[in-house]
Design a protein around this ligand. Structure first.
Ligand code: HEC
Ligand code: HEC
Length: 362
């Protein structure tokens, strides 16, 4: 059993418009776990062949995405989907583009570590190798002991997962120009960005229905949540058979539920730091924010020619909030200015979230 030594409770320094993240009872936050998790997140010992760490696909300066349409695993296998930003990942009610089953970070983390379809870190069947490697790194002895007590089993896969989850719960982005403006400080939040926010929350553009709230995402769960919502939407990105199909294997929520109406449904990502997370969507199929706006403007893009050809706006499973809109150039520029105002340089360069290797100090 993994237990917390409890001496060094971790507390967040959150602005007033941010709720406290929820933490599972069996993995309370501690400074020691966060410190250990940061080392592990950046350690290539976490891949079977020693070539990749979590950070290989989740780079801090890109809000913990990788800039690619499709992630690539340690053995060179291409992931069918795009790496996700870890901005404020502590607040999502489900994790992954369309998986309703991963409700907590502790449940999601084994996927990149041990998953075989696709192979990411490639640790399936290599638990012993992983723990032997960690034991052989002098730095880890004291770190594991501080985080999980000096029991003989301080080194365990469960402890690795718990420490990684604790570290990721500190990936809070709350210092963008938009946030400072919410707190009453105009600062770098331009009047154009403010007009963009008005458009974003208008019934004409409808963005806020799915990207609303403090995290600019509707799938949230936190200490103040009354009804936890797990929400997935079809945004009319594809319609390959004229009957609403999305291209395999990225069919969305239906992959997990088998319900036809869940075809093409994905979780709306937070738009925080979206300026640096291109290319966009679960398969990186839209390269720019202007491209994303064009897709929403026609209520689902049309793809001409190729295997994925189809009229997205005719997708029968599309969300009713995808209504389409005409947009003037100043409106488009204002929306983009608002989206850019969600970039938080402190998050992208914060020391506590950066690669701590190779220094021996900790
Ligand atoms: C090969 C690249 C790759 C590696 C290595 C990788 N990830 Fe990911 N990560 C992804 C992709 C791709 C997704 C989206 C998965 C999906 O739902 O299809 C993702 C999703 C996630 C999510 C869900 C985020 C959200 O908003 O729901 C978390 C959390 C996460 N990864 C953490 C980690 C951790 C921790 C590690 C190291 C143990 C790791 N990842 C290693 C590519 C990678
Ligand atoms: C019906 C819900 C819904 C509405 C309305 C909506 N979105 Fe989205 N948005 C989503 C979903 C779901 C995704 C992910 C889709 C995917 O990957 O297939 C997404 C993706 C995005 C992305 C890409 C994010 C990334 O990291 O890849 C951007 C940018 C975005 N939306 C902006 C907007 C803007 C601006 C508006 C208003 C014009 C808007 N959205 C309206 C649900 C919505």
């Amino acid at each position: 059993m993994v237990s917390d030594t409890g001496a060094d409770v971790y507390t967040w320094d959150l602005p007033s418009h941010f709720p406290e993240p929820l933490v599972p009872e069996d993995n309370p936050m501690s400074v020691a776990k966060v410190r250990l998790g940061r080392r592990l997140f950046y350690d290539t010992a976490l891949s079977g062949n020693g070539t990749q760490s979590c950070a290989s696909c989740h780079e801090q300066s890109l809000a913990f995405t990788d800039g690619k349409a499709f992630a690539e695993g340690s053995t060179g296998e291409r992931h069918p989907r795009s790496s996700m930003s870890l901005t404020n990942v502590a607040y999502y009610s489900t994790l992954g583009w369309s998986n309703p089953l991963h409700r907590q970070l502790e449940q999601q983390i084994p996927t990149p570590m041990f998953g075989q379809d696709p192979v990411e870190l490639g640790l399936a069947g290599q638990e012993k190798l992983l723990l032997d490697r960690l034991r052989a790194t002098p730095l880890y002895g004291p770190l594991f002991e501080a985080a999980f007590g000096d029991a003989q089993d301080a080194f365990s896969v469960e402890a690795v997962v718990q420490a990684l989850a604790s570290f990721m719960r500190t990936m809070i982005s709350s210092g963008s120009p938009y946030d400072r403006w919410v707190q009453g400080d105009r600062g770098d939040f331009s009047e154009e960005a403010e007009r963009g926010l008005e458009l974003f929350t208008s019934e004409k553009f409808e963005c806020f229905h799915c990207h609303g709230g403090f995290n600019l995402a509707d799938s949230v769960n936190h200490a103040d949540t009354v009804f936890e919502e797990q929400i997935f939407h079809n945004t009319g990105l594809y319609n390959v058979d004229g009957a609403g199909a999305f291209p395999e294997p990225n069919v969305g929520l239906i992959e997990f539920t088998g319900q036809q109406a869940d075809m093409g449904k994905f979780r709306a990502p937070s738009l925080r730091n979206v300026e640096v997370t291109a290319p966009y969507m679960h398969d990186g199929s839209i390269g720019t924010l202007n491209g994303v706006l064009a897709h929403y403007g026609v209520a689902g893009r049309t793809l001409i020619g190729g295997a994925n050809a189809g009229v997205g706006s005719d997708n029968p499973w599309k969300s009713p909030f995808l209504v389409g809109f005409e947009m003037t150039e100043p409106e488009q520029e204002a929306l983009i200015a608002f989206l850019h105002s969600l970039t938080d340089p402190d998050f992208l360069f914060r020391e506590e979230l950066s690669n701590p290797w190779p220094q021996d100090e900790f």
